[in-house]
Design a protein around this ligand. Structure first.
Ligand code: URA
Length: 238
């Protein structure tokens, strides 16, 4: 790969800016100052330094975000703020995209990556990856709802959902629940509650497969997945 492409990909600036770094002698490859933007490097083997600091090359990026409400799970939008707008430029240069969608008003765990294969397998309906949500429900959630979700409920378009595991944390005129589902139909959690005559008034995703929301992340914050979390995801979707 060309050195200017590699460094531009990693967020060291546009190709033009990288060219200037090269011209200024700020880039070393295997301890030799390199000035030619066309110089080829092998990111796996060659040691590239910018301003005396070793550059770590990676092809893929894996991020965990605590999605805030009011932001859409898309890569771009003419009017609304997207989860990509919340990323630092140094992460955005990897062109990550959200793994699945959360509604605009839903909060919580959203994975973002540029690893299309991993994303595809995590989202494949065949994989039945469980997703757990916390929700506040307008209405009394009952043991009958637990049974209904277990058996599958009929959504308004006639679709019968797969078994969902409902746990009641607090039952009252406003109930608090956790629900684990293995599908990802549009507005699924909200529609499942509508099917039993109740309304979701707050929704937050807690986990997706082996990946659990880091509670240290404030709304709108994100971090890279650890090597261990990446490995868990890779092993999981095999
Ligand atoms: N189910 C919903 O209704 N909304 C979401 O954002 C995710 C699951």
């Amino acid at each position: 790969m060309r050195i200017d492409k590699m460094l531009a990909n990693l967020g060291f600036g546009s190709r033009k800016e990288v060219k200037k770094l090269l011209k200024d002698g700020q880039i070393m490859v295997n301890d030799m100052a390199i000035k030619d933007a066309k110089q080829h490097v092998n990111p796996q083997i060659d040691v590239v330094m910018v301003n005396g600091e070793i550059v770590e090359y990676k092809e893929f990026i894996y991020l965990m975000m605590n999605k805030p409400p009011g932001v859409i799970s898309a890569t771009e939008d003419m009017e609304m703020e997207t989860v990509i707008d919340l990323l630092e430029e140094e992460d955005r240069v990897f062109a990550p995209f959200p793994v699945g969608r959360l509604d605009k008003d839903t909060e919580g765990l959203l994975l973002l990556t540029n690893d299309g294969q991993l994303a595809h397998r995590l989202l494949s309906p065949k994989k039945h990856v469980p997703k757990t949500y916390f929700a506040i429900i307008d209405g009394v959630v009952t043991d009958q709802d637990i049974s209904s979700f277990k058996a599958g409920v009929v959504l308004e378009d006639g679709y019968v959902t797969k078994a969902g595991e409902l746990t009641i944390l607090h039952s009252g005129i406003r109930s608090e629940i956790e629900l684990t589902i293995t599908e990802g139909k549009f507005h699924q959690v909200k529609r499942m509650f509508e099917a039993v005559g109740k309304r979701v008034i707050y929704l937050k995703r807690l986990s997706m497969g082996p990946c659990v929301l880091d509670e240290d992340l404030e709304l709108g914050e994100y971090r890279e997945l650890t090597e261990e979390e990446i490995q868990l995801l890779r092993d999981y979707e095999k």
